[in-house]
Design a protein around this ligand. Structure first.
Ligand code: ADP
Ligand code: CIR
Length: 345
């Protein structure tokens, strides 16, 4: 493999850190599962507008290709090679009263984590048989959920287009055909082995075999962040007694994309900020201060709709789950404060 063509205008972390020297060091390396540099970088090479551009095929990818992953991880999470990751899922450590008790700004709150089964290939190189095994293992674990968390599984295979579209429009289901994942090998054998579990109220969801083997999600209308967190943690406690997930003391939970390592948690609100939207510099100054990311409301790489934005924690590694959620809360309080100040009197 030759050094790939990376245009000057490319702004991804791949383009920034895949220097010819790093390329030469890594080009002939392979993980024990056969994952190569070519597979690590293909998404970012094919999609020059990537923000990151790399994926791991297994836990070992992060060490075998450390010369590329480490600087990306450092820039994205502010996390050094000698740092350790710690977890804290105790809701009692949160101080997150609803930032919008009158329900004027926050449309909905969602917290998700990614999880992958220990010693299993990640989605980029997973075989069809392993993917099916992930699905059956997950379903067995989910059958242990009770009460509010009890629900049903809806496999993508055989799902009507109507139901798929409805779930997507309700912001519950992943999109189909994501080009970033496609170039990294995640969409092979689609839709086999993929699906969504949800409880009766659609406040607890599990995506199976999308970017990560499991995405475990708690979601509801309004801004009661703590209630969303508590529901997620109670589900995780049950699921994690049934399945062992890939985790190490340096990188925390192992995920396909380096941006998700550590807590693998993205805590977000969909929030209406019409006045701040007119002053993106002021908006970004607040989100930067609280380490938050701004996305559109139809998932990553989507545009915002009107003045509704998806605001979430950017860092996931080297901070605890409680810190990630606290950052979101404190940032949202600041955003709402600024929005009120800017409102015409
Ligand atoms: P991720 O699963 O990594 O969090 P996306 O940004 O692609 O990635 O979001 C997945 C889906 O979750 C999208 O349909 C998005 O609209 C929905 N979503 C994210 N945050 C919220 C939220 N706070 N309220 C409602 N839906 C949300
Ligand atoms: C990209 O590089 O744009 C995609 N592979 C997605 C990266 C994940 N983005 C993020 O900010 N968490």
């Amino acid at each position: 493999m030759d050094y790939p063509k990376l245009p000057k205008k490319c702004k991804s972390l791949l383009c920034k850190y895949l220097t010819p020297k790093v390329f030469d060091t890594l080009k002939n390396k392979k993980t024990i599962n056969g994952f190569t540099l070519e597979l690590v970088i293909n998404s970012g090479v094919q999609n020059i507008d990537s923000s990151i551009g790399v994926y791991a095929g297994d836990e070992e990818s992060y060490t075998t290709f450390a010369a590329l992953f480490d600087p990306i991880i450092k820039e994205y999470h502010g996390f050094d090679t000698q740092d350790k990751h710690t977890s804290n899922l105790n809701p009692d450590d949160l101080n997150t009263p609803n930032p919008d008790s009158e329900g004027k700004f926050i449309v909905s709150t969602r917290i998700r984590v990614g999880r992958n089964i220990d010693n299993m290939h990640l989605g980029a190189v997973i075989s069809q048989g392993q993917r099916d095994l992930v699905e059956s293992t997950a379903l067995k674990a989910l059958s242990a959920l009770e009460g509010e968390l009890a629900g049903n599984y809806y496999p993508l295979l055989g799902m009507t287009k109507e139901l798929q579209d409805d779930l997507y429009k309700e912001h519950l289901l992943f999109k189909e055909g994501d080009r970033f994942l496609d170039a990294a090998g995640y969409n092979r054998n689609w839709p086999d082995g993929r699906g969504i579990y949800h409880n009766h109220d659609k406040t607890f969801l599990v995506w199976i075999n999308e970017e990560d083997q499991l995405r475990i999600i708690s979601i509801q209308q309004g801004g009661d962040i703590k209630e969303v967190f508590i529901r997620l943690v109670s589900a995780l406690k049950v699921i994690e007694t049934e399945v062992t997930f890939a985790y190490n003391n340096h990188l925390g939970y192992i995920t396909s994309c380096p941006t998700n390592l550590g807590t693998a948690m993205r805590a977000s609100v969909h929030i209406t900020l019409p006045n701040l939207a007119k002053d993106m510099d002021a908006f970004k100054a607040i989100t930067d201060k609280y380490y938050l990311q701004i996305r559109g409301i139809n998932g990553e790489h989507s545009a915002n709709e009107g003045s509704v934005y998806d605001i979430s924690n950017q860092r996931r590694l080297g901070i605890t789950e409680v810190q990630a959620v606290q950052n979101l809360h404190d940032g949202v309080v600041a955003l709402i404060g600024a929005e009120k100040t800017l409102a015409p009197k």
